[in-house]
Design a protein around this ligand. Structure first.
Ligand SMILES: Nc1ncnc2c1ncn2[C@@H]1O[C@H](COP(=O)(O)OP(=O)(O)OP(=O)(O)O)[C@@H](O)[C@H]1O
Length: 335
């Protein structure tokens, strides 16, 4: 493994033993291989997207990286520490944000939660003050500090949670769906903040998300997991190529017209003056837009990204075709 690796996973596995009631006295025992022999390293200061469909094994990986769960097999290190053996020592060096849950105290004003963390993590007063001031300013929390957490909107609470994860200056931040359910403005704020955190402070970030735009705007490298297996590790552009996914250009014309001709884009839907054109996600939209604008009476247009599920489904289908296997049997990681 690389010396500079800050996070290291070597054939890590997590198997859950699930018991299900199948009759009055009968129970069925089943193994769920949530993480299946995953290996990767993340260098200090990297910002990596960790994506995959529901139930792929993302949260399980993150829980093992924090020490909440113990791997069933393989070797795992974060900053040289075995997370499940030295969870408390590691806790001082990592920050975690689970989008669907909060680490804040529900009935307390935000500032009181921070004060409790100050004590829990034994953060030196000057450093606490400095980090708090910085987060309050950049995450726009000033007006919210005295508000009980239960009264915060989802976006406000998420910003509050991100600040809470950073008060002790962690070297690595795990984010599990940090923009889930947020409106466009809150998403932009959170992304901007994370970008700054990574470039200015060099914080290593591992980000799981269902929003491809989070990855596009933040991560040069993306890892795709499905059925507990690593299917891809590389740049996002490469993922589009592997998945041969398509983006969609939605064009509003001045009036109803025959389908637009603009290869390699092809019209996939027409509704009155609005037309939908699919084009390969690996192609730049700019020349296509310029060509359409010069030849057609354009009123408005927008580009829609493929969602992660679609990209992965494509990737899957192609891999199955290549190996002549069945869709649903993941192959080795493509990089
Ligand atoms: N404590 C548990 N006991 C039994 N099975 C579990 C447990 N936690 C997770 N699993 C199973 O392990 C698999 C992976 O779950 P995980 O939560 O890691 O997926 P995920 O990629 O984070 O999904 P999502 O995007 O829906 O959050 C799923 O099949 C899930 O049902």
């Amino acid at each position: 493994m690389a010396d500079s690796a800050f996070i290291e996973l070597d054939h890590v596995e997590k198997v859950f033993d699930v018991r299900r009631k199948t009759g009055f006295l009968r129970r069925e025992r089943r193994e769920v291989r949530a993480v299946d022999s995953i290996s990767f390293t993340v260098a200090r200061g990297e910002m990596v997207g960790y994506i995959g469909p529901n139930g792929a094994g993302k949260s399980t990986t993150i829980k093992m990286l924090t020490g909440i769960l113990t791997p069933s097999g393989g070797r795992l290190r974060v900053a040289g520490i075995d997370p499940s053996r030295e969870r408390t020592r590691l806790a001082r060096r990592i920050g975690v944000v689970f989008g669907q849950r909060t680490t804040l105290w529900w009935d307390l004003p935000l500032i009181d939660s921070y004060a409790l963390m100050h004590r829990m993590y034994r953060i030196p007063a000057a450093r606490y003050r400095e980090n708090l001031d910085r987060c309050v300013e950049l995450l726009d929390l000033g007006a919210l500090l005295d508000v009980p957490v239960r009264q915060l909107s989802l976006g406000q609470r998420m910003r509050g949670d991100i600040a809470a994860a950073l008060l002790h200056d962690p070297e690595v931040l795990y984010l599990d769906e940090p923009t889930i359910g947020l409106d466009v403005i809150s998403k932009a704020k959170v992304r901007e903040f994370l970008k700054d955190l990574n470039t200015e402070r060099g914080t290593t970030v591992l980000l799981t998300t269902h929003d491809l735009q989070d990855i596009e705007q933040l991560c040069r490298r993306v890892m795709v997991i499905d059925h507990g297996r690593l299917m891809y590790d590389g740049p996002l552009a490469g993922l589009h190529e592997v998945g041969e996914s398509e983006r969609t250009l939605v064009v509003d014309l001045e009036r109803e017209l025959p389908p637009i001709e603009a290869a390699p884009a092809r019209v996939v839907r027409v509704e009155g003056p609005r037309q939908w054109l699919a084009f390969p996600a690996s192609e730049s939209a700019a020349p296509l837009v310029a060509r359409i604008a010069s030849a057609y009476p354009l009123v408005d247009l927008s580009v829609r990204e493929p969602d992660i599920e679609a990209v992965i489904a494509q990737m899957y289908a192609q891999q199955a075709e290549r190996v002549g296997g069945q869709v649903g049997e993941p192959g080795p990681a493509v990089s």
